[in-house]
Design a binder for this molecule. Structure first.
Ligand code: AFP
Length: 338
């Protein structure tokens, strides 16, 4: 352990590089880390402690909540609301933003999170994760909805934890992307992946093929060309992955490249996309761009979108830069309005 950098040391050394830093951000991150360690423990214990299966309730998304959706949401809220770092929070699992209880001091940040992304995987023992995004808030006021509805370019930090064979945390504060592996023996995240970079080209795509009949022409064209392989215009064969867990897909892309698509689809005009901008697309876009990748709806850069609601959904295409740019070009050539 002597020559290994812990996440705590990494954060404190980052703070030293910011002379005006008060330590509030470092305190906030350390408490997010503590919450994710607790979630890792719950996820790993699973049925041994009776946390699998449905909670029998629905969230604002109209999705049936798993017991762990509710448990992990409470872990995140209870780990952060007392810290004095936050003016407020927003969660996939709560209809409205979460106020800081009266008895606790307010801080200058807003935390937005999906406490258990990919939760439809939890009962079949496949990878799930936690995604978080940090914004600065106006000081000295109770935050209003508008304080949350900020472009992704205004994030000060984004990260996720992947509860897989290893528990991995990936983090960016706008100065590159770093990965940390949880050493379960000592309960510390250890820096194992410095300055993660995404290869600009790839031969691997991730999409839920069962939705193919609902895709718009540019996505039909792109996936069709991938499936034609080396006999087609791409002149090479492609591989496909679909883990149904955004966190797992993004981590794979950070480590070996690839492109992930959950595109605009024509299935239900009232719900043209699945992934939520505030606590899924924006944090992942920040991380992907900081690692040299690209992230788009197909028609615009994710980080430039001005959200209109906390649970707003957007089409999401992210990964190896040259592949995402090709898909965006296909949308331009198609010219159809969304
Ligand atoms: P759940 O949290 O409801 O499992 O959704 C996970 C997710 O938001 C994202 O993590 C996956 O990439 C995507 O949805 C999977 O969507 P499908 O289940 O439609 O394939």
């Amino acid at each position: 352990m002597t020559n290994k950098v812990t996440l705590t040391q990494f954060l404190i050394e980052q703070q030293r590089g910011l002379p005006d830093a008060s330590g509030t951000f470092t305190l906030l991150l350390n408490n997010i880390v503590t919450a994710c360690k607790q979630i890792s423990h719950k996820v790993n214990r699973g049925n041994l402690i009776g946390v699998l299966g449905s909670a029998g309730t629905e969230n604002i998304q109209g999705e049936v909540q798993k017991k762990l959706d509710v448990i992990t949401n409470e872990i995140m809220i209870n780990a952060l609301n007392w810290t004095g770092c936050l003016a407020g929070m927003a969660s996939e699992e709560d209809d409205n933003p979460i106020a800081i209880p009266e008895q606790y001091p307010r801080g200058k940040y807003l935390a937005l999170f999906d406490p258990l992304d990919g939760s439809s995987n939890i009962d079949v023992n496949l990878a799930v994760g936690t995604i978080f995004s940090i914004l600065r808030c106006r000081e000295g006021v109770e935050p209003e909805l508008e304080d949350f509805l900020r472009k992704g370019t205004e994030q000060v930090c984004a990260g996720f934890v992947l509860y897989g064979p290893s528990t991995m945390m990936v983090l960016t504060t706008g100065h590159g992307v770093n990965g940390f592996t949880l050493d379960q023996d000592i309960g510390e995240f250890i820096l194992t992946h410095s300055n993660m970079r995404i290869p600009e080209d790839t031969s691997e795509f991730a999409i839920n093929m069962s939705n193919q009949r609902f895709w718009e022409p540019p996505v039909q064209r792109y996936i069709g060309e991938c499936l034609e392989g080396k006999e087609g215009v791409r002149g090479k064969d492609f591989n496909m992955r679909w883990v149904a867990s955004l966190v797992a897909e993004v981590y794979r892309i950070l480590t070996r490249g690839g492109v992930f698509l959950y595109p605009h689809d024509l299935r239900d005009p009232s719900r043209p996309a699945k992934l939520r901008i505030m606590y899924e697309a924006n944090p992942m876009a920040f991380i992907i761009e900081q690692a040299g990748g690209a992230c788009s709806t197909g028609r615009e850069r994710i980080l430039d979108i001005k959200p209109s609601a906390v649970h707003e959904r957007v089409p999401l295409i992210l990964g190896s830069k040259n592949e995402v740019e090709r898909i965006v070009r296909y949308h331009k050539e198609d010219g159809q309005a969304q």
